[in-house]
Design a protein around this ligand. Sequence first.
Ligand SMILES: Cc1cc2nc3c(=O)[nH]c(=O)nc-3n(C[C@H](O)[C@H](O)[C@H](O)COP(=O)(O)OP(=O)(O)OC[C@H]3O[C@@H](n4cnc5c(N)ncnc54)[C@H](O)[C@@H]3O)c2cc1C
Length: 401
Amino acid sequence: MNSEGQLYDVVIVGAGIVGTALAWKLSSEGYRVCVCERSETATPSLRLEPLSHAALGLLREMGLWEHLRPALMPLDSVAHFRNGYLVKGMGGGSYVAAYDQLVASLRPRLAKVATVIWDRVVQVSAHGRIKSVRLESGQVVCGWMVVLATGAATGEELDPLEGPVETICEDYCRLFACDLAFEEPERLMHAALVFQTSHASHGYHSLKLFDLGGGRVRANFLTYWGATDKRRQELLRGNGAAVLGRTVEGLLPCAGAFDLLSPIEENVVHLNQPGNPGDHGFVLAGDACGPAAPSGALGLHKGLHDVRVLAELMPRWEREARGGNADFSDYYAHPAKQAIDAEVLERSLRERKMAIDWHPSWATRRLIGDRFPGWVETALVGPSSRNGARPGQTSRSGLDN
Ligand SMILES: Cc1cc2nc3c(=O)[nH]c(=O)nc-3n(C[C@H](O)[C@H](O)[C@H](O)COP(=O)(O)OP(=O)(O)OC[C@H]3O[C@@H](n4cnc5c(N)ncnc54)[C@H](O)[C@@H]3O)c2cc1C
């Protein structure tokens, strides 16, 4: 389809999971959609995590599930350790996915329902009835609505708001990822292992190991370490195996020695949100509207909720746009959006406090979490079953209880 000179209903900037899902949904409802994406391949598999059941439900509801299914790897058993003790074992029902593969499984299908332009958007003009985006090549694409699904701001992104970004938590967390090879892979015994600690001084949320097969284990290590933290510097200086082995309680006794197969990738997440989310003539969706903590596996859930709310409001905006100018501000005030945004923010901040806050109330919760993990509402700590299982003594039968 030739995009030049054509007026679309909606121009979506960004073909990450949110932009793609939105384009899919709106196209299926008969809207003419154009998606502008700067990069033909998504960032490789840094975001390899279990997908929440809520996110899976939304993907099913949008008819995306069957297309994503081949990119998802089922987890048939997950073992959770706290302070080096096995506290919970889970059977299957959960999936992990490499983010680039998720996106790659959707994008070719996107081209069948929408116009896709591979170019960076450098400017958004959102005044008046017809909005437009300018691409690096100079091409201009127009629609009565523009949605920015450009992901979490890293400083290089398009900044069309020209307004303050409200920083809720700078350097909220650092996620380190790499592939590992264990000397005795048979000791892992599970598709995924999750290690947590209740010692605030350790400063991490979790180390998650995913068995990718072929002797490769993906490690996602989510920390609250600052930029100047010595452990971070040592980790990035090439001493990764030693730092992980020393810092993560129970890792060496349970899983044994390992080597790094890839350099350590670092991803810093700042929690922020648009300072003045009024009507700018365009809307922000997904991480562009404020990222979620990677620990809670809520990013996708939140982004897909945005898609659902946008799709619900679209018919009314379309009528308004025909009659003059649509007012998009009710998107941010939508009760479902406000509820999910508030929940995600609250949970993100709570998880950080739960991991590293020294205030007696959080220290007490950690203590209770040690004795009665089921009492503490954190994402990953479940019902206790210490069962006397000590590091290195886990068994599949113990987990199935
Ligand atoms: C390390 C990490 C781990 C995570 N783990 C989980 C998890 O386990 N579970 C979960 O649910 N969520 C997780 N998340 C969050 C989840 O990945 C995000 O919430 C989700 O990817 C947001 O999707 P998005 O489409 O809004 O943004 P993105 O996926 O970032 O996509 C944005 C797209 O916009 C494009 N773009 C940006 N600027 C422009 C421009 N100017 N012109 C054209 N294109 C542009 C980019 O190239 C990109 O393709 C994690 C996030 C991170 C960073």
